[in-house]
Design a protein around this ligand. Structure first.
Ligand code: PNS
Length: 166
């Protein structure tokens, strides 16, 4: 497996500025980046997977991210490391906002390393995004608030017109 190919997995429901910041940083470190929308059965979703993919693609294009070749894909067929193995990725990249994220991510990183010798690299996003989470964005959007300070423009446009029907 290649240490030049990385996967950035997440629910991306919806993508936030914090996600985009992590994608931008990872793109400067690797040759190929797979931004992977993973179906998480433990979470009730706001957006269908296809919508999350479209929003990620638009946000990445509009964000003019430089560096790695970026592939946007989804995965609901099993283990995350199975996808990583399929695309020859030796690295998973996760953003860490706080100690809470460290506690949540550490067991997954260890399990993934045991399952497939895939390393997890934690990146620290810009502190400006430290308090942004998809769950807060979902709540603000559902209650009719302005989410534009927290999400890429493509997501803000979509939620502005579509949130009340979700
Ligand atoms: O954005 P999220 O919801 O915090 O992302 C969590 C995600 C999707 C990355 C995590 O739930 C995950 O890795 N799911 C894949 C299932 C899997 O491989 N589980 C076993 C090893 S942890």
């Amino acid at each position: 497996m290649s240490n030049r190919i990385a996967v950035v997995p997440g629910s991306f429901d919806p993508p936030t500025l914090g996600h985009l910041d992590v994608i931008r940083r990872a793109a400067s470190l690797y040759d190929q980046l797979h931004v992977l929308v993973v179906h998480n059965p433990g979470k009730e979703a706001m957006l269908p997977i296809a919508q999350r993919l479209a929003l990620l693609e638009q946000s990445i294009a509009e964000g003019e991210i430089e560096g790695a070749e970026i592939v946007v894909a989804s995965w609901s067929m099993g283990l995350l490391v199975d996808y990583a193995t399929d695309v020859d990725a030796g690295v998973l990249v996760k953003g860490i906002r706080s100690q809470v994220d460290v506690a949540y991510e550490t067991p997954m990183a260890i399990v993934n390393r045991h399952l497939a010798h895939v390393e997890t690299v934690f990146l620290l996003p810009d502190p400006a995004h430290a308090l942004v989470s998809s769950s807060l964005v979902r709540q603000v959007a559902a209650l009719g608030g302005d989410v534009s300070p927290f999400v890429p423009p493509a997501v803000a446009r979509f939620l502005d017109t579509g949130a009340r029907e979700l």
